[in-house]
Design a protein around this ligand. Structure first.
Ligand code: FES
Length: 94
């Protein structure tokens, strides 16, 4: 069961394996803001501090928006497009 830890607060949330990070919204401890949930707005931007190997690869929609926003750092991801299968530490950017 992956553990998602928020860098600044140290709070963490357990998610079922292979969950979308959108599922964080079901927890009162969630610290990621979501908007469109479809790789269109960038609200859910996160910096993956550790555990990138435990997150799905960027899909085409995510890649397109990050390029449009001129965000080429590989550690920056759109949480609404990420599926997790292991522990990660993230720093929400919004
Ligand atoms: S919620 Fe809009 S891009 Fe993720």
């Amino acid at each position: 069961m992956p553990i998602v830890t928020f860098l600044k607060t140290g709070n963490s949330i357990n998610l079922p394996n292979h969950s979308s990070l959108i599922d964080l919204e079901d927890s009162r401890d969630n610290e990621v803001s979501f908007g469109c949930q479809s790789a269109a707005c960038g609200t859910c931007l996160i910096d993956v501090v550790s555990g990138m190997q435990n997150i799905s690869l960027r899909n085409e929609d995510e890649q397109d928006l990050l390029e449009t926003l001129d965000l080429d750092d590989e550690k920056l991801r759109l949480a609404c497009q990420c599926v997790v299968h292991g522990d990660i530490i993230i720093n929400p950017q919004s």
